[in-house]
Design a binder for this molecule. Structure first.
Ligand code: PGA
Length: 250
């Protein structure tokens, strides 16, 4: 059985004054039956981890460099994220692919750097609106999965997030059938490449405008093992009901 996961991506939001959001999550989900992960800006990973202490919430990074150290001003390595307390790192988010011109090869190298530190990579894939309208969604997903995921994936070191670019931060979500189609497809591709045991053990998250009002129906879709949540993860009053919807789907 795959353990469900509610992952929050704070993006470039949050300063020390926002760490209190974690307290409310910890008190409402002290013994969660799902994995809860918050990926704050890198500046908050260490203080968030300190605040969580023995609590059940995991902390992750949002991106990393392909190297572990060196002359790369402004960048952060997977080893530094691990040192700060991260257990997971998002790689290949569409905002990084777009803002930094990241290719599938770059994303694959980042995922390897994450694995080299013993952390879990959350690899993001998803089509643009133009690609969906041209009926190219599944072809794009094939290319991103093949190009972005290194060999030797396991259910422990890999989580895949399907995030249609046009659904991120827009309030628009695909139909439930469209989400199910892509998630079933990703599952089949993972099984084909890594074998059915590994392919079935990798968790698949849906991301893009998940909120308390649509979470339960999304969590009912086949092969959706949780969500990667942006805007609605910033406030515990939004993220907590999403976590509760995931727990209720078990
Ligand atoms: P959103 O972002 O929930 O604000 O749409 C999701 C994401 O980019 O991971």
């Amino acid at each position: 059985m795959r353990k469900k996961m509610a992952a929050g991506n704070w993006k470039m939001n949050g300063t020390a004054g926002d760490l209190g959001e974690i307290d409310a999550l910890m008190s409402s989900h002290s013994d969660p039956s799902v994995d809860i992960l918050i990926c704050p800006p890198a500046t908050l990973i260490s203080p968030m981890k300190t605040r969580i202490g023995d609590g059940a919430i995991h902390v992750g990074g949002q991106d990393c460099h392909i190297e572990q150290s060196g002359a790369h001003t402004g960048d952060i390595s997977a080893g530094m994220l691990a040192d700060a307390g991260a257990s997971h790192v998002i790689v290949g988010h569409s905002e990084c692919r777009a803002d930094h011109g990241e290719s599938n090869d770059d994303v694959r190298a980042k995922a390897r750097a994450v694995w080299d530190q013993g952390l879990t990579a959350i690899i993001c894939v998803g089509e643009t609106l133009e690609q969906r309208e041209a009926s190219n969604t599944l072809d794009i997903i094939i290319g991103q999965l093949a190009g972005s995921i290194p060999d030797n994936a396991t259910g422990h070191n890999l989580v895949v997030a399907y995030e249609p670019v046009w659904a991120i931060g827009t309030g628009k979500i695909p139909t439930l059938d469209q989400i199910g189609e892509v998630h079933d497809f990703i599952r089949a591709r993972l099984e084909r490449r890594f074998g059915s045991g590994v392919g079935r053990s990798v968790r698949l998250l849906y991301g893009g405008s998940v909120k308390p009002s649509n979470a339960a129906e999304i969590f009912d879709v086949s092969n959706v093992d949780g969500a990667l949540v942006g805007g609605a993860s910033l406030k515990s009053s939004d993220f907590s009901p999403i976590i509760a919807a995931l727990e209720a789907s078990l």
